[in-house]
Ligand binder design. Structure first.
Ligand SMILES: Cc1cc2nc3c(=O)[nH]c(=O)nc-3n(C[C@H](O)[C@H](O)[C@H](O)COP(=O)(O)OP(=O)(O)OC[C@H]3O[C@@H](n4cnc5c(N)ncnc54)[C@H](O)[C@@H]3O)c2cc1C
Length: 351
């Protein structure tokens, strides 16, 4: 009998595995590696809401866990995927500059917002009002992390690449069974596709589709991420990810011409050099209306656990959340009420 069965190996699944492994639990992972947000993500971690110059909820706590977590994984997996750098916020007006200066003096933002305004020296970048430097930010190459983690689990026989079918799941008070696997507890870390399964119907996991394009722009010569109406993220020489859109009405994983048009329009307010679109990608962020993640046990089946709702900040939040979930499951600590799925329990109808 395993301690845990985890379904899903995106950022949520990986952080759950890490907390379990560090504490000596046995586990197995099932994931199909398809239609997942984590492999589409820009991979940026940034504890500031750059649209409104506000601190992300618990952003400094998340960040203080995220960096050691990814550094540790780089060593363990013998792979490179963490890029610690700065994000540059392009100002659209003098008013925005002024709001930035004001925000930079606030106690929760001081650590992250540099009060120096950088003048733009790049002819291909349109930034007449300069740029603000966001410190302690960076990027995780999430697709590479996931690939390396899958390989790591596979080597130990702890990973099954397959579609999880809820019809094969048998839950009894002392164990859960799935095919030949038997575990004390199952953790669902399925991202937006969890909506296809009925057990957590009472949880409002609404989803928010995001699309981005990858461009080739040899004259652009950016070395760090620029955030304006869209982000422009250097990924390799001459190639950039540009995104992302937000759409709550479309739940398909298809790329659309509307999103491509919008991204190009926004990009062209930021750059003046030629570019070529080489790829377009789409994913669905697992979002919740109250913008808080989802952790906790099913109201009726104690050994069915939910880990979801990472929304648009999975890279930053997952390392701390995985640890917090483990403390709840194994050390009997309370979940922070804002994260606990008990907040939706009134909506639950017993099956
Ligand atoms: C365009 C875009 C850009 C983004 N940019 C950023 C960014 O820059 N920074 C950031 O922090 N976040 C970003 N995000 C958000 C980020 O992607 C999410 O917060 C995070 O990836 C969610 O991780 P997850 O593990 O919960 O879900 P997912 O990554 O969706 O993983 C779900 C897992 O469940 C598995 N699964 C689902 N259904 C089944 C099934 N039936 N059988 C077997 N396996 C199944 C999948 O294979 C996968 O392994 C972005 C999202 C999008 C769409």
């Amino acid at each position: 009998m395993l301690d845990y069965l985890i379904v899903g190996l995106g950022l949520a699944g990986i952080s759950a595995c890490e907390a379990l492994e560090q504490n000596g639990h046995s586990f197995h992972v099932i994931a199909d590696g398809k239609k997942m947000a984590s492999t589409v993500a820009g991979g940026i971690y940034n504890p500031v809401v750059l649209k409104r110059f506000k601190a992300v909820w618990k952003g400094d706590t998340f960040l203080d866990h995220a960096l050691p977590f990814y550094r540790h994984l780089e060593k363990k997996l013998d792979a490179k995927f963490l890029e610690e750098s700065t994000v540059k916020r392009r100002f659209a007006s003098i008013e925005e500059q002024n709001r930035w200066f004001e925000a930079a003096t606030k106690p929760d933002l001081k650590r992250f917002l540099s009060s120096d305004i950088l003048q733009n020296a790049n002819n291909a970048l349109i930034a007449p009002y300069g740029l603000g430097n966001v410190l302690d930010t960076g990027r995780v190459d999430v697709p590479n992390l996931i690939k390396a983690y899958q390989g790591y689990l596979d080597q130990q026989g702890k990973y099954s690449l397959e579609i999880f079918k809820v019809s094969k799941l048998k839950i009894s008070p002392d164990a859960i069974r799935y095919g030949n696997l038997e575990a004390k507890t199952i953790i669902w870390a399925l991202g937006h596709r969890q909506a296809a399964f009925s057990y957590f119907d009472h949880i409002p996991l609404v989803g928010n589709k995001g699309e981005l394009i990858i461009i080739k722009a040899p004259e652009l010569k950016l070395s760090s991420l620029i955030k304006g109406p869209v982000f422009i993220l250097p990924i390799e020489k001459d190639f950039y990810k540009v995104g992302a859109t937000y759409d709550r009405s479309d739940r398909s994983y298809e790329s659309t011409s509307e999103a491509r048009k919008l991204l190009c329009e926004q990009l062209e307010t930021m750059i003046s050099c030629p570019y070529e679109i080489v790829q377009q990608e789409a994913g669905i962020r697992p979002t919740v209306p109250d913008r808080r993640p989802l952790l906790g046990r099913h109201p009726q089946f104690n050994n069915l656990v939910l880990y979801n709702g990472l929304g648009s900040r999975g890279v930053l939040m997952a390392p701390w959340l995985g640890r917090h979930l483990w403390e709840y499951l194994e050390e009997g600590k309370d979940l922070i009420p804002d994260l606990d799925i008990k907040r939706f329990e009134k909506r639950y109808q017993p099956v």
